[in-house]
Design a protein around this ligand. Sequence first.
Ligand code: SAH
Length: 236
Amino acid sequence: RSAAFSQRRGEREALLAEIEGDVRETARQTGLSRLPDVVRTAIASVPRHCFVRPSDDAHAYENRALPIDHGQTISQPYIVAVMTALCGAGPGKRILEIGTGCGYQAAVLAETGAVVYSIEVVPPLARSAAQTLEALGYGSPDVVLREGDGRQGWPEVAPFDAILVAAAAERMPSALGEQLAVGGTLVFPMGPANPRRPFPSGQTLCAVDKQSDGSFRTRKLIPVAFVPLVAPGRIS
Ligand code: SAH
């Protein structure tokens, strides 16, 4: 494994402890009383400092979102942990992520043993995430990346056991619901586009479960602030 995994372990352990505190405090809203062991191990393992801008190196293990290039963000570690847990990520699970960004969430999913398919709409972000993930050993076939419009999903490799959308939308894109397996969960921030605006953003993290009859049951969980899900070419 890359040397990065043995660097700054103490900071990751401290971050994990902070996240676990937040998880306990929000247990009633999220329905998660604690993080599954695979998620705890993944957060403690993935070197987040490899995914942030060099100028944010000192902040890599703070429990907050940080800016990345092209006006996008790396999500708050607590949110990454909760979304990973809500997806039921674990060995052999096939998970689709929309919005690769810097690739940190994809690495955390992969570290649980899941097979990750991730789509990014901004070409230079897609390229740099591919490089970062590859260098850390999160390459194909464990993590498969694609540049394009995630709102269409990835029909060629569907269905997925879970779908994680890392950008906000007013409604769940219907293609994603179709590509979710029965019994699977789609996790997404529902609400208006309020790029980079602090709380209250009007967005709510939702977990949508696909029932055996093909219908969807939506649980509204916690307030969040995500960048918007956009059409290709809208971000430069
Ligand atoms: N998953 C990231 C967070 C990414 S922020 C992490 O690990 O921290 C959301 C990302 O979604 C941005 O990179 C943005 O460019 C991307 N995005 C926005 N609209 C998209 C679309 N239609 N398809 C795919 N990606 C999209």
